[in-house]
Design a protein around this ligand. Structure first.
Ligand code: UGA
Length: 462
């Protein structure tokens, strides 16, 4: 029975927290909050994932997470379960951290998991509670979920909803969670913000900026941040296209404009462009959202941002083709990197793997190597060979492509590697190698957005 008169949650001294969805975001959030001293219940519908987390091992590669999990395990504050009942019974504040992938049939975000998690939890809430959304959603979702929460929860309107977007980067997730550069909370009642301020007190004590907004603004902040970051990357990659056409050097250009503090050098790394489970689907979801709001022109530029980004992959392929003399069929091509970025095993929309598939489609014999992402790649890839050791992967290669900038690849010795390959030719698709050293070792080198060192003319992408 619903009791609409129940009081809402007020800041409590040591609230018990639940984190629903234990993927890249939720597993780190749950562990970090337990490390900050809270009792935390991590919930996921995936039993294998829960079992692994309960044993103190992260189900994915994230630097520092295993160590943090093991540190927290000893305290007994962190529990993982598939039971929403346990979470609803014990926790005062529930963080919703489930995924919002791109829908298969459109650009829009798929809200199935968010809706399912909220519905399941809501029906179990019998006392004042704050549910805090962290997933990236189209603006308007939180307002809809807040109404549904109050409607489904036995406690009625005392089940409140706030939105607290997450800005963590894979590869830096632990650090970004324990010491974020800002905390943003969207609420419809200032009292809900106070509950969250109390929860985040250990983080705020480090001087973290605290920004309270309405629900709509908080949802938009996240979409806007990712749209800006994607735009910055595509801007510099558009400059790379100009550099390629004019013989200029995009790395020097980025350094020079980056000195202007209004521009800044970060996220101006030109190369193969962005991938992953966030930026590509978030800009598309944002465009779909603008469309629904009737303001599609406002985000028309994001279509261009997406197109510039995808053109980089075509450009890398064209350069690879030119480097082997115009025909990739039968050529052995080694791809250094499968993850969408270094320090991650995430292969969702990986630019490196995408290029590997394109090479295979042109008949190349493709070998892909990666320090962490091969297990994930093995589950979905069948047209390329996966080789753990980078030197073995380069054996008899006609061409090496550096497509994910792992530290390990910067440490490769160009002299030693030259003895292993059939033809010493390398394309630096991330502008992260010391090309002069490779050229000095006798390699024919090429890069995206930079004049070649070693004499290969830059091909034109048709
Ligand atoms: C991104 C945002 O950076 C986070 O703030 C946000 O929380 C997250 O999405 C999310 O929505 O959950 P992430 O996807 O982990 O984080 O990775 P980024 O570091 O943003 O890199 C994204 C892609 O851009 C990678 O493929 C990377 O190689 C590429 N990139 C990045 C460039 O091509 N050039 C750059 O200068 C920077």
């Amino acid at each position: 029975m619903r009791s609409p008169a129940a009081r809402t949650l007020t800041p409590v001294t040591r609230p018990v927290l639940s984190v629903i969805g234990c993927g890249y975001l939720g597993a780190v959030h749950a562990t970090a909050m337990a490390d900050l001293g809270y009792e935390v219940i991590g919930v996921d519908v995936d039993e294998a994932k829960i079992k692994q987390l309960a044993e103190g091992t992260a189900p994915f590669y994230e630097p520092g997470l295993d160590e943090l999990l093991q540190r927290v395990e000893g305290t007994g504050r962190l529990q993982f379960t598939t039971s929403f009942e346990t979470a609803a019974e014990r926790a005062d504040v529930h963080f919703l951290c489930v995924g919002t992938p791109q829908r298969a049939d459109s650009n829009a975000a798929d809200l199935t998991y968010v809706d399912a998690a909220l519905d399941t939890l809501a029906r179990l809430l019998t006392r004042p509670t704050l549910v805090v959304g962290k997933s990236t959603v189209p603006v308007g979702t939180a307002e809809r979920l807040a109404a549904r929460l109050a409607e489904l929860a036995p406690v009625g309107a005392a089940a409140r909803l706030a939105w607290n977007p997450e800005f963590l980067r894979e590869g830096f997730a632990v650090q970004d969670t324990l010491a974020p550069d800002r905390l943003v909370v969207g609420v419809s009642d200032p009292q809900d913000a106070e509950v969250l301020r109390n929860v985040y007190e250990p983080v705020l004590a480090k001087g973290t900026p605290w920004i309270v907004t309405d629900l709509a603004t908080a949802q938009l902040v996240k979409s806007a941040a990712n749209a800006f970051l994607a735009t910055k990357i595509s801007f510099i990659n558009a400059m790379a296209e100009l550099c390629e056409a004019s013989g200029a050097d995009v790395v020097a250009l980025a350094d020079a404009i980056g000195h202007d503090p209004r521009i800044g050098r970060r996220f101006l790394q030109a190369g193969l462009g962005f991938g992953g489970g966030c930026l590509p689907k978030d800009i598309r979801g944002f465009m779909a959202c603008a469309d629904e709001l009737g303001v599609q022109e406002a985000l028309g530029f994001l279509r261009e941002v997406d197109d510039i980004n995808l053109r980089r992959r075509a450009r890398a392929l064209a350069q690879a083709r030119a480097l082997v003399g115009g025909d990739l069929a039968g050529k052995v091509v080694t791809v250094l990197g499968a993850a969408f970025k270094p320090d991650s095993d995430d292969i969702r929309d990986s630019p490196a793997l995408d290029v590997a598939h394109m090479l295979a489609r042109e008949g190349a014999v493709v070998r892909v190597t990666d320090p962490k992402a091969l297990d994930n790649a093995r589950r979905v890839v069948s047209d390329v060979e996966l080789v753990a050791d980078p030197v073995q992967a380069c054996r008899d290669a006609d061409l090496v492509l550096h497509l994910t900038e792992w530290r390990d690849y910067r440490a490769l010795d160009p002299v030693a590697l030259k003895a292993v390959v059939r033809r010493p030719r390398i394309l630096d698709g991330r502008n992260a190698l010391e090309l002069a050293a490779w050229a000095a070792a006798g390699w024919e080198v090429a890069a995206l957005g930079r004049p070649t060192v070693g004499g290969t003319p830059q091909p034109t992408v048709s």
